[in-house]
Design a protein around this ligand. Structure first.
Ligand code: WTA
Length: 655
């Protein structure tokens, strides 16, 4: 399938403002990129030297993709919490603001924590965890709202060498229980409640429900809203009580670079969520370096990433990337449209935000509400915009740059994944012209390659040229995930077996003749709903758990705001009649099983699913029908019952 796609795409030149004082010009990018691939060890030794090490690494990249064994800085020792906090305080920057907390309610209290205060809080939490018995290497589940204590919980774990597993606050008790069980975590840190868009999220009650299914030794509860909650004697502890009288010192644990830092569960195309494992040294260097170059952070600036700490974007670009750079990061508890559609812009104006990093789904949702919400506020502080999580359509890109970025500042569209630890493909603000809809060029050391279905090479940085195919990365980079927790075989199988010896991203992509990469979306059974990864298999499992459901097949379909919506084909047990009420009940059922982000958008009942004679569900056909693309269903003659297709199309047309 070698091809040479030309892109008549619009090119937006590097805005003048970004050229001045930038950390990286085009010439520098080219020199640094070429050094980073020709002498990766020299390059990454230098980048890593910005961090403090207890023992400086002499071994840099040691990796193989067949068999899969990845190590960076293997003989180095460091602590990422030290690098995020203590290092800056020791350098006299203790009074610099580290975190600004903007609450859900605009009338609520904004909090600011300096580096010295954030360090003190982290020490308090770390000593509280120790008091509970948490030790180096233990897994700690963190189920927190977007409040500073969420970041503190992560940093405290890192400080004492415990491995955090943050579970997004929107996940259900079942999802929490599954994640606790998978990594055999004995400890949970949560808050009484979270607040989002004026709605209360019963975090502690969800933990209680999860702990009906799986036991832990102790739960540490942070008081946030003050709502009445149930505390189980001997198991549950209030942070403000247990942490009241702990010591004010807590030395950082000396970590080997390859000691685990965190586990983060993410959806795959099959089975239960995978516990992606990141280790300390490579991840620290990768997040520090990518943040530094991609966001071109300058002292004194206010940086705001709207992600949640429950996702990898929050890990790398709210907590570890910004803090290791000594930046001031804003943490926002709320949502873009509460109390009104101008909330983001009101916060940008209020805190004079300079760098703003959000997801296309939010941009599209706000775009729909019109510019009146944007012009109400002074956004002149903004200097750089970012996008992450899913492909951004050129229309949304332009709206973002023109209205939010007053038509003259750079937009960095950053492609990466939970498994990559940090940004992989992006333009750099002072270096690269931008093409709306394209993520841009590879970051230092990243070697993307497009391959066809058989693994034949279509294009990479050495061949150049335009092509479209499946996106692989051919060499390791420091931020790469090392394994799936407790299941290295599944790690190898999932990422390195489709194209032996290469990391396969699961994304489709094209490269244009200028070397810009255009992500076309997932090519596996993972869908991207509002920037959240969702395995269709997970939604299917949830549906068939319902008593009345016989079978289900779930696919993605284009959705104006969410990027992709969740389309479910459901077959009911014999004798059960389809109804709108039952569809509503099934949607609620999936919400309860997984969480609100998995709520089906469309449920279509069908007497049977289209299958081949050997019983395999023909997903290709289901996808096409969900996409309203009936003209290209392809060959349906291999179906056991070809007549089914007409009924499916009819069902689709009725929505
Ligand atoms: C998609 C989020 C296009 C992609 C950081 C990837 C993107 C998946 C972009 C990872 C982007 C992320 N352009 N697609 N700029 N960023 N994706 O693990 O399909 O939650 O594989 O990491 O999101 O999602 P994850």
């Amino acid at each position: 399938m070698q091809n040479t796609i030309e892109h008549p795409a619009e090119i937006v030149p590097v805005p003048a403002a970004a050229r001045e004082g930038t950390s990286c010009t085009l010439e520098q990018y080219e020199a640094m990129y070429s050094r980073s691939v020709n002498d990766p060890d020299g390059f990454w030794a230098e980048q890593g030297a910005r961090l403090d090490w207890y023992r400086a690494p002499t071994r840099i990249g040691e990796w193989s993709f067949d068999p899969v064994d990845i190590k960076w800085y293997a003989d180095g020792q460091l602590n990422i919490c030290h690098n995020a906090l203590d290092r800056h305080v020791a350098a006299g920057k203790g009074d610099v603001t580290a975190l600004i907390f903007e609450p859900d309610d605009p009338q609520g209290e904004t909090r600011k924590l300096t580096y010295a205060q954030l360090l003190a809080e982290t020490i308090r939490m770390a000593n509280t965890l120790k008091k509970m018995g948490v030790q180096k290497g233990d897994r700690v589940t963190v189920y927190m709202p977007m409040i500073p204590e969420g970041a503190v919980a992560m940093l405290a774990c890192a400080r004492i060498g415990a491995i955090h597993s943050v579970v997004f606050g929107g996940f259900s008790p079942d999802a929490i229980a599954g994640r606790i069980e998978d990594c055999t975590s004995d400890w949970v840190i949560c808050a009484d409640e979270g607040l989002r868009g004026g709605k209360k999220i019963p975090l502690k009650a969800n933990v209680d429900a999860a702990l009906d299914k799986v036991a832990v030794k102790a739960v540490l509860v942070v008081r946030h809203t003050g709502a009445p909650i149930t505390m189980t004697e001997g198991r549950d502890h209030w942070y403000h009580e247990l942490g009241a009288d702990v010591a004010a010192e807590c030395p950082c644990e000396v970590m080997d670079a390859e000691d685990p830092l965190f586990i983060l569960y993410t959806s795959g195309s099959t089975g239960k969520p995978k516990g992606v494992l990141h280790t300390t040294g490579g991840y620290a260097v990768w997040t520090e370096t990518t943040f530094r170059y991609v966001f071109d952070y300058r002292p004194g600036e206010i940086y705001w990433c709207t992600a949640d700490i429950g996702w990898v974007t929050g890990h790398s670009y709210i907590v570890y990337g910004p803090l290791q750079n000594g930046a001031t990061a804003l943490m926002f508890e709320g949502v873009p449209n509460h109390p009104d559609h101008d909330r983001f812009w009101q916060v940008v104006d209020k805190h004079k935000v300079n760098i703003f990093y959000t997801a296309p789904t939010a941009i599209r949702a706000l775009m729909r509400e019109g510019t009146s919400h944007v012009v109400k506020h002074d956004l002149s502080s903004l200097r750089l915009l970012g996008s992450v999580g899913e492909p951004i359509n050129p229309e949304a890109w332009r709206w973002y740059q023109e209205n939010v970025g007053h038509g003259k500042i750079p937009v960095v569209d950053t492609w990466w994944q939970t498994e990559t630890g940090g940004i992989m493909i992006t333009t750099l603000p002072g270096a690269h012209d931008m093409k709306p809809g394209s993520a841009g060029r590879p970051f230092f050391s990243v070697c993307p390659q497009l391959v066809d279905g058989d693994g034949g090479v279509l294009a990479d940085e050495t061949t150049g040229g335009a092509a479209e195919g499946n996106l692989c990365i051919t060499r390791s980079w420091p931020g790469q995930a090392r394994s799936l927790y407790g299941d290295h075989d599944r790690f190898t199988q999932t990422y390195f077996s489709t194209y032996k010896g290469k990391y396969f991203t699961g994304d489709g992509c094209r490269r244009d003749a200028d070397g810009y990469y255009w992500i076309t979306g997932r090519v596996d059974d993972v869908i991207n709903v509002s920037g959240h990864r969702m395995g269709t298999a997970e939604v299917e499992s949830a549906l068939v758990l319902h008593d009345l459901v016989a079978e289900a097949a779930v696919v993605g379909y284009p959705h104006d705001i969410k990027g992709q919506g969740i389309y479910c084909y459901v077959t009911l047990n014999a004798g059960v009649e389809p109804s709108d009420e039952l569809a509503a009940e099934l949607r609620k059922h999936v919400r309860t099983e997984i969480g609100p982000i998995a709520t089906p958008d469309i449920i279509q009942f069908t007497p049977a699913l289209p299958k081949t004679r050997s019983g395999k569900i023909m997903r290709r056909i289901l996808r096409k029908i969900a996409e309203n693309d009936f003209g290209s269903l392809g060959d349906t003659s291999t179906l056991a019952d070809p007549s089914l297709v007409d009924g499916l199309i009819e069902g689709r047309l009725n929505r």
